[in-house]
Design a protein around this ligand. Structure first.
Ligand code: PEP
Length: 253
């Protein structure tokens, strides 16, 4: 981590937690967290729990995030919800292009770019998730894949929009598998992503937070977060366990 960039620990609850469990988990995080002004804490929760959890977080400094939103603000899109609706619930951040959405819900680069633009339009900070599959890594296509995922968004919103966004590098082979990129592997990729952004704007690249995601846990967080270009974490499984999530948060301080 660098002292000059914002640091973020973000939980991605995915499709987990009943209403009661969500309230219990968020309440415990609020009660037990010892927030450090230098590190932002964010929880990206299922849409259905927004009303309950936004009330719970109101006097805390913990940010509320969502995991996806449609690019239109309203209309005939059965089953969808929009960034403008989320903004009504004090949602401040939006995951965009998570690999589970890219793989299972047809979120291609063009949709991801539109969702990113819509989030910005309604004052939500997009967290652009990028990552390569194991096959792509074996074929040494990692950088090519990540660059094209970023380029697709830059083409639509322009490079300066990234002053209001984060990037999360999440190798698909490390998500939910217990297999983590080594700190050196992750740092190398983060440095290369930052170098790609620097080719378009040195200022944007210097301040852009790049989070690592993929089986980050209480045991490996410190080593990952010690790397110069890793500015935080996007945490799935371990964000459902209060103690583990808070340990990861402390490792970022
Ligand atoms: C994620 O889904 O964003 C993620 C990183 O999951 P996990 O930590 O469970 O690998």
């Amino acid at each position: 981590m660098s002292d000059s960039r914002r640091r973020i620990i973000a939980g991605n609850w995915k499709m987990n937690c009943s209403r009661a469990e969500a309230i219990q988990l968020a309440s415990a995080i609020v009660a037990d967290s010892n927030l450090n002004n230098n590190v932002e804490m964010l929880i990206c929760i299922p849409h259905i729990h927004m009303a309950d959890i936004s009330k719970l977080l109101i006097n805390s400094k913990i940010y509320l995030g969502a995991q996806d939103a449609h690019w239109e603000s309203s209309g005939a899109f059965t089953g969808e919800i929009s960034s403008s609706m989320l903004a009504d619930y004090q949602v401040s951040h939006l995951l965009v292009g998570h690999s589970e959405r890219r793989e299972m819900f047809a979120d291609d680069d063009s949709r991801v770019a539109k969702k990113f633009a819509a989030a910005l339009n309604y004052g939500l900070k997009p967290i652009l998730c990028i990552g390569e599959s194991l096959e792509q890594r074996k074929q040494e296509m990692t950088l090519e894949v990540l660059k094209s995922q970023c380029q697709a968004v830059v083409d639509v919103v322009g490079i300066n929009a990234f002053s209001q966004a984060y990037v999360a590098y999440e190798p698909i082979w490390a998500i939910g598998t217990g297999q983590t990129a080594t700190p050196e592997q992750a740092e190398q990729v983060h440095a290369e992503i930052r170098a790609w952004f620097a080719e378009q704007s040195k200022d944007i690249a210097a301040q852009l937070p790049i989070l690592y995601g993929g089986s980050m846990n209480a045991a490996n967080a410190e080593d990952l977060l010690a790397q110069d270009n890793i500015d935080g974490g996007l945490i799935g499984g371990a964000s459902l366990k209060v103690e583990d999530f808070l340990k990861i948060y402390s490792a970022a301080g």
